[in-house]
Each structure stands twice: as C-alpha cells, then as structure tokens.
Design a binder for this molecule. Structure first.
Ligand code: ATP
Ligand code: MG
Length: 316
C-alpha cells in the first residue's frame, strides 16, 4: 500500500457489527450493503473478487446490474479516501471485478462462509438512542392503527445522520412490533433512472428470509410470480429458469398489480411492516408502488415506513 503523500499509511479497519469504518481518528458509518462488499474484499485480500460474488454477497436474493455495484464501490472509495485511478486500497480489474490491494483489518466480524454464500452482516445492535421518545410513541401509535387494519404510509425525514434509521430500528425492536413480519429494503444511489423496484425486491427478499418466510414465498409464487422470478437467491436454479421462462419480461404495470395484490393478501393474514430506506435515491417505479399501496381503499394490516433526506429530493 502506497503511503498518502507526506505521511505514514493510515490505519483502516472495518467494524462489521457496528457497520463503521475507522480511518485514523475518523469514524465513518457505512451502509449494510457496502459493509458486505468490503467484508468480502477483505476476506480475499490481494485476490480478485468477481462482480458476481460481490453482487451475491450484498444482494443475495435479487438480480442487480453491475451499475449498482459500481456506485457502491465508488461510495466505499469515498469513505476510504481512495481513488480509482491511483488506488491504494480498491483496484478495479477491468470487466471482472475488484481487488483489495491494501490492508484493512476486520474488527468483530462474524465468520464468512463461502464467498457465494456470504451473508449480509446483521444490523448494528441497538445503541443508547436518546431524545426520541415522542417520535417513537407516534410511530407506535400509527403502527397500532395499521395492525388494526387501517393501512398506514409514514415518512421519517431528516438530514443525513440525523437518526432516521436509528428511529426505525427502535420501532422494530419495540415490544409491540418485535415478532411482526418485516421486509426492509434499501434504495441505492444509481445513475439514470435506476433499476425498477430494487428496494422493494430487496425488502421482499428480506421478508422471505425472516419470520414465516416459507409461507411468504408460497404467496409470492402464487400471486407475484414475476417478482419471484427476479429473486434467484430464493429459488433452486431450475425453478428460477422455469419461472423466468414462464413470466417473460413482465411490464412495470403487471409487476405493480402483482405487488399490490400480494401485499394485500399477506397483510390480511398478519400485520406486515415494509421499510424502504433512503427514498431520495428511489427509482420511479418504487415511488409509484408506494403511492399505489397508500391509495388502496381495502383494509389491510400494512405499515409502510420510508425514510428520506428532504434536501436530496429538493436537489433532484
Ligand atoms: N437519538 C440518538 N441518540 C444517540 N445516537 C443517535 C441518535 N440518532 C442517531 N444516532 C446515531 O447517529 C448515527 C447516525 O444515525 P442514522 O444512521 O440513524 O442516521 P440517518 O438519519 O439514517 O442517516 P442517513 O440519512 O445517512 O441514512 C448512528 O450511529 C446512530 O446510532
Ligand atoms: Mg439511514
């Protein structure tokens, strides 16, 4: 690793559990997907990690294009103070993948399985979150309305680092919500229009891996086959191929109909929480889907919670 101009190389470490990067004296929060990518690069330090392996580590259940990975790598380079043209840490191996050429140590990392099966690290544990009692009580009240059958779409807004995600974590860990089915999806910064429905695919994948996941997957197979077809991580390879053949290239409209119907079916059976993080980076289809879910008149025990930074939507 080349030292930065005029100094010794900076010590860099990744704390997987807390999703934080330490660079010298700096402590930088990372997104869970970026942690999964960096963790895999660290596990294979000095060796090429293919784009496919990195995509599988961060988006285990969803088809995602290389462009999304590129954006995540750029974000990591910014956090690391690295430069794609003269990399000290992450080197691009043209068309194939990336290689960690410098040293980053791991702190408190769960063991990695095979690279293909590398799991997204678990979310940071609850820290002492202070001064959010009123906001939490309000969210709990709205969740109670949703659990009673009156669907709710709630936005948690505030500038970067203000504590939106921390508040959502608090709600999900609160006694009345713990044990409820939760699907959590992350919007990622993308160039252009972005991949349609990426955060919702992410959230459905999360739902299928969580409480009652097998039953949820059966509902998707029945009511939302074109969604399940895009989630190869949840299917046996043969089933994935067959399903894709059967559903073809589903239109956005058909996907929207399937989604709305499936979430209604699921939310009639049990309360359901859908979290969409960082909506300011959303693709247009995801915004349409949230709008359609909110406009439905039928009763459903559905609680949709979206976070966003208003200053970024104003700039868009
Ligand atoms: N009320 C609070 N008390 C103590 N720590 C907090 C509080 N709110 C947030 N934090 C801490 O501040 C950091 C940033 O919070 P968080 O990630 O929730 O922000 P965010 O609004 O979701 O940011 P972004 O827009 O980047 O997603 C985290 O380490 C979190 O634990
Ligand atoms: Mg956040």
């Amino acid at each position: 690793m080349k030292p930065p101009v005029g100094g010794r190389p900076e010590r860099v470490s990744l704390n997987v559990t807390d999703a934080r990067l330490r660079r010298g004296a700096r402590d930088i929060p990372l997104r869970p997907k970026d942690v999964a990518i960096l963790q895999l690069l660290i596990a294979h330090q000095g060796r090429l990690v293919t784009k496919e392996a990195l995509l599988a580590a961060a988006w285990p259940d969803v088809f995602v294009s290389d462009a999304v990975l590129k954006v995540a790598i750029n974000r990591l380079r910014t956090a690391l103070g690295d430069d794609a043209r003269t990399p000290r840490l992450i080197e691009t191996r043209h068309r194939r993948g990336y290689c960690l050429v410098g040293k980053i140590s791991l702190v408190d990392a769960p063991a990695l399985e095979a690279p293909e099966a590398a799991a997204v690290p678990r979310l940071p544990e609850a820290r002492a979150i202070v001064g959010r009692e009123a906001e939490l009580a309000q969210l709990e009240e709205w969740f109670a309305h949703a659990a009673g059958g009156s669907r709710q779409l709630v936005f948690v807004t505030g500038e970067a680092g203000l504590g939106k995600t921390a508040l959502v974590d608090l709600l999900l860990e609160s006694p009345n919500v713990r044990g409820v089915r939760v699907g959590r999806g992350q919007c990622v910064e993308q160039h252009g229009a972005g991949e349609a429905y990426l955060p919702i695919l992410d959230a459905l994948g999360h739902l299928c891996r969580g409480l009652g996941g097998a039953a949820i997957k059966r509902r998707l197979a029945r009511h939302a086959p074109s969604w399940l077809a895009q989630m190869p991580g949840l299917l046996r390879p043969d089933d994935a191929v067959n399903l894709r053949r059967r559903t073809g290239n589903a239109t956005r409209e058909r996907m929207l109909r399937e989604l709305v119907e499936t979430l209604d079916v699921l939310a009639r059976e049990h309360p359901l929480v859908l979290v969409v993080e960082d909506l300011h980076w959303s693709d247009p289809s995801t915004l349409d889907a949230l709008g359609a879910l909110a406009r439905r008149r039928d009763r459903a025990r559905l609680f949709v919670l979206a976070t966003y930074r208003p200053e970024e939507t104003a700039a868009a």
